[in-house]
Design a protein around this ligand. Structure first.
Ligand code: BTN
Length: 264
């Protein structure tokens, strides 16, 4: 794998795409000590001060990833594994479907994954995944934007000591590479599925899924082999492949199983 380290970039994922054009067909790792225009999911800005683990893997693949949920899920799980190895086992770590890593008993986000896929040719045989990972490591919560307060944290704030960012990135890359090689974008094996569900936040608890202009409320029943989330809405088990999950109080499920909201 070719590796590129920078002190400062707009975004490691943007740089990854620029480099991919020059190094076609090769696996690349791009890291930056800070990003000036870090990107999150749904077009959100991703705060990326010095002290975080900000990196992108450029990953050529042989065929389209069948379910958009699989790669982010696997990457989130492997990032969790690397964080667990780094901070030890006494801190609760969970995956918020599809790909956020949450820390603590009142779970707060410490890491996110942004997966993008693009084609190089018309017959769709030559594809590349761009897997951007951000982990809040050695900086305080005051450097996160105001609207994230209470919902996101940093490892420094949560555990009170600095960590070796390079080593954490190295572990993530090693774990992610081996998980991607194992599945190559296919369906999740039974063992993988079981492992993912064991780390899924709010399994068998009330959740709310915001998907486009819909707000779905129900009980989280786990995942299917394509990485979709299963939600029991009223008496019906439904599958979703995209959306934002959050925890829900039980009384809200009983009174309002499914409502439509408008977005501006
Ligand atoms: C999310 O919204 O949870 C995904 C955040 C992904 C952030 C990372 S930081 C490294 C890479 N470069 C970016 O611009 N974004 C991703």
């Amino acid at each position: 794998m070719l590796t590129f380290h920078y002190d400062k970039l707009d975004s490691t994922s943007e740089q990854g795409k620029r480099l991919a054009a020059r190094y076609r067909g090769q696996r690349l790792l791009v890291t930056a000590k800070c990003q000036t225009a870090g990107r999150g999911r749904s077009g959100r800005l991703w705060q990326s001060p010095v002290g975080g683990a900000w990196f992108t893997l450029v990953w050529p693949i042989e065929r389209a990833v069948e379910a958009t949920s699989i790669v982010p899920l696997l990457v989130g799980r492997e990032v969790l594994r690397a964080v667990r190895k780094t901070i030890g086992s006494m801190h609760a770590l969970k995956i918020k479907w599809p790909n956020d890593v949450l820390l603590g008993s009142e779970p707060q986000k410490i890491a996110g994954v942004l997966c993008e896929q693009w084609l190089h040719d018309r017959d769709g045989l030559d594809r590349t995944l761009c897997i951007g990972v951000g982990i809040n490591v050695n900086f305080g919560c005051s450097e996160l934007s105001h609207d994230l307060h209470g919902r996101a944290t940093t490892l420094l704030s949560a555990i009170g000591s600095s960590l070796d960012v390079s080593r954490l990135i190295e572990l993530c890359v090693r774990y992610v590479a081996s998980a991607l090689d194992e599945t190559n974008g296919g369906r999740l094996s039974a063992a993988r599925l079981q492992d993912l569900e064991a780390h899924l936040a709010w399994l068998n608890e009330p959740i709310c899924l915001r998907s486009g202009d819909r707000l779905i409320k129900g009980i989280c029943r786990g995942l299917d082999p394509s990485g979709r989330i299963q939600i029991l809405v009223g008496q019906q088990l439904r599958l979703f492949d995209a959306g934002e999950v959050s925890q829900l109080r039980i009384d809200a499920v009983q009174s309002e199983p499914c409502v439509r909201v408008t977005t501006s």
